[in-house]
Design a protein around this ligand. Structure first.
Ligand code: ATP
Ligand code: MG
Length: 398
């Protein structure tokens, strides 16, 4: 965006829900309402002033004198597919032409190849093609010669857009990509196992993107880890919360070191990580019940760790019955996960040096037999371990 244009705009076009058109009208209305609520929360949190948000035929229009700042914030709201700072006018053709010329004059430079595009809803006396033709011609008449402008419909370097909605019209230049997905809160809550590492943060974010608020739970494995590990997880949670403005900012912290200690004492070291994780799942299941969540999300990907071979994932799944384990990264390569982590702002924190778990054995089982794992667990008082972990639960508000 040209710096000189920052204060030119008086509105923002918000496009959303490419997939929503597949849904029934009432579902769509629900999604739209939730999106508007989420948008208002973001604008309030970042103190972006605005006078109104209006819904018009599959678009939202925000009236604001801080359009450029608003666009920066809106592009990071789940459900928004793209946003444009715009200038509002009436749908009278002469007004559209005037505003377009006004914008074009500020945006066009010598030698530019430009195109005008128009989308129209409602009964007007002109067609979309008319708008493009008349606006294009007026721009050429006004400063085409002076700047050596050309109309180039195939490969323009400047695009001027016009959106006509019944009596209103909006003129814009830039189309800023939004994050996409579905508005947060349009799906039920899920419990997210958040370790502070790269993977689980991305896994949680991916389900948030599809509409699920995440209840993050961190298992504190001290003394096998230390404060640096906990702090890292809390910091990652903070970044995730910034994607969920208006939703609770609470991390559930479970004291898990004692359980891990028992696991090491009472069973084959080859199974330590599997037993530890099965215990985490069970505790997460209890937490799902307590928070009325409907699933559990982890950052596991096939073969990423010894405990994440397909065989071992089966062993892990077997520990819980009431809730599904969702693994959004199941088929991701590490590099793909890292790309998302960078985009969403968790990568730096997750890559920070923190104490790794010292309970991890040197020779973990990669193809554990389920029966053997279950047998190994017989020595443990599972019920009591889950109960004492739940009792130790701390809720950290951020
Ligand atoms: P991550 O990068 O998310 O730490 P990882 O590839 O290092 O994952 P593991 O340490 O085996 O793999 O953990 C697998 C998954 O189990 C994590 O993605 C996370 O969802 C969950 N998990 C592991 N440790 C913890 C913990 N201390 N607290 C909460 N969840 C955890
Ligand atoms: Mg990890």
């Amino acid at each position: 965006m040209e710096a000189g244009l920052t204060h030119t705009f008086d509105s923002v076009i918000i496009r959303f829900g490419g997939e929503l058109w597949l849904k029934r009208p009432w579902t769509r209305r629900l999604y739209e309402r939730r999106l508007v609520r989420n948008i208002k929360n973001v604008l309030k949190r970042y103190e972006v002033p605005y006078s109104e948000i209006v819904r018009r035929h599959g678009r939202l229009f925000l009236r604001t004198e801080s359009a450029v700042e608003a666009v920066r914030r809106l592009a990071r709201i789940f459900g928004v597919s793209s946003v444009s700072p715009s200038l509002e006018t009436s749908s009278k053709l002469e007004n559209i032409v005037d505003k377009s010329v006004f914008l074009a004059e500020r945006a066009l430079k010598e030698g530019d190849r430009f195109a005008v595009r128009c989308r129209r809803v409602g009964d007007q006396s002109y067609s979309s093609a008319d708008v493009c033709r008349v606006v294009g011609q007026r721009i050429l008449d006004e400063f085409g010669e002076k700047l050596g402008l050309k109309v180039d419909l195939d490969r323009p370097n400047v695009k001027l857009g016009v959106e006509v909605r019944n009596d209103e019209a909006f003129v814009y230049l830039d189309v800023v990509d939004g994050v996409g997905g579905m508005p947060l809160g349009t799906q039920p809550r899920v419990v997210g196992l958040l370790s502070g590492g790269i993977d689980s943060a991305v896994a949680c974010w991916l389900v948030m993107k599809r509409g699920c608020p995440v209840v993050p739970v961190y298992f504190d494995n001290m003394p096998f880890t230390d404060e640096t590990t906990t702090e890292r997880a809390l910091n990652v949670a903070e970044v995730l919360f910034d994607w969920a403005v208006g939703f609770p900012r609470k991390v559930y912290v479970v004291q898990h070191g004692e359980n891990l200690n028992k696991i090491i004492e009472d069973s084959s070291r080859r199974f330590t990580c599997l037993l530890c994780k099965r215990m985490m799942y069970r505790i997460a299941e209890r937490l799902a019940e307590m928070t009325r969540a409907e699933g559990i999300v982890t950052g596991e990907a096939i073969g990423e760790q010894a405990s994440q071979t397909i065989t071992n994932l089966r062993v892990l799944n077997n520990a819980v019955k009431k809730y599904p384990i969702h693994r959004p990264l199941l088929g991701f390569d590490k590099a793909e996960t890292e790309t998302i982590a960078r985009k969403i702002g968790t990568y730096k924190i997750s890559s920070r040096k923190a104490k790794g778990c010292t309970a991890v054995p040197s020779k973990p089982a990669t193809k554990a037999k389920l029966e053997k794992v279950i047998k190994a667990e017989e020595k443990l008082n599972i019920k009591e371990m889950v109960e004492s972990a739940i009792k130790s639960l701390k809720v950290v508000k951020m």
